[in-house]
Design a binder for this molecule. Structure first.
Ligand SMILES: Nc1ncnc2c1ncn2[C@@H]1O[C@H](COP(=O)(O)OP(=O)(O)OP(=O)(O)O)[C@@H](O)[C@H]1O
Ligand SMILES: [Mg+2]
Length: 251
């Protein structure tokens, strides 16, 4: 992964790198090191803190990158051999000069934290939008409302096109309608058209998912079935040799 990072003096701009790599292979490591290289190097022009931007997809990824960048800078300042060594591989400075430059950049980050731009794509877009509200014909003070109900309705209506008697989606739809009906208790009226009922449930499910942190816990029913049947087999293997003892026991 580090082979994607070249020494600062060999960098030519504009410079684009497309990196596709599997999970845990060092993408964040390489990206954070590149950010640190840009910040520290005298060979990278216009490398003021405010001129460097890193965009991530999730808030967690942004937090992780910021933490790693700050750690690199701290390690460079304290002249940590191993970590600063990796920076020295891509930044043309002496270890002493690197420590001094890291101190300068850290000071900059602390005094101008809003210029330290490692942020999510959503946060970046809202920044652009805020800066151009008047040009776009919106009032300068606005609030972003995350309401996906129109999108859910649209997706649900598209799904409904595939719901036909005898089709796979038709069968799933019938099962969902039965489940909802069963959960409504004995006095519920029969939903001749269950679409609005299912749509309401979907929306409230999405609202619940949006309100919780992280990925929802998922249960792998197929895996559980396999494990249960394996356990049953094992149980029989253990007890089969003793079956006669149990059967003969009069108590
Ligand atoms: N070149 C390297 N030298 C030393 N440690 C490394 C190197 N590359 C990656 N690591 C370490 O390996 C681990 C995984 O790296 P990293 O988190 O950057 O991978 P990732 O591709 O971003 O993972 P994910 O897909 O989970 O986001 C981290 O602990 C990181 O510090
Ligand atoms: Mg990562």
């Amino acid at each position: 992964m580090d082979s994607t990072l070249v020494k600062d003096i060999a960098l030519r701009f504009p410079n684009a790198v497309l990196l596709k790599a599997s999970a845990g292979s060092g993408k964040t490591h390489a990206l954070s090191l590149r950010f640190v290289q840009f910040l520290l190097s005298a060979a990278v022009g216009k490398n003021d803190l405010a001129n460097i931007l890193a965009i991530t997809f999730t808030k967690n990824a942004a937090r992780e990158m910021k933490t790693r960048i700050l750690k690199w800078l701290k390690d460079c300042y304290f002249e940590d051999k191993k970590e600063a060594g990796q920076v020295l591989d891509v930044v043309s400075l002496s270890p002493r000069a690197l420590a001094g430059r890291a101190e300068e950049v850290l000071d900059n980050i602390l005094t101008r934290y809003t210029d330290f731009q490692v942020e999510t794509i959503d946060s970046f877009m809202s920044c652009i939008f805020k800066a151009s509200t008047l040009d776009l014909g919106f009032p300068p003070y606005f609030e972003i409302v995350l309401d996906n109900s129109d999108l859910i309705e649209y997706a649900f209506n598209r799904y409904l096109r595939k719901v036909r008697p005898g089709s796979k989606d038709g069968e799933t739809f019938r099962q969902i309608a039965d489940l909802i009906l069963a959960s409504q208790g004995a006095n519920a009226y029969y939903p001749w058209d269950p679409t609005s009922l299912i749509l309401d449930k979907l929306k409230s499910l999405y609202a619940k998912l949006a309100a919780q942190k992280g990925e929802p816990a998922r249960e792998n029913l197929e895996k559980r079935r396999v494990l249960q049947s394996r356990a049953r087999g094992r149980e029989q293997e253990i007890f089969r040799p003793h079956r006669s003892e149990f059967q003969d026991d009069p108590g």
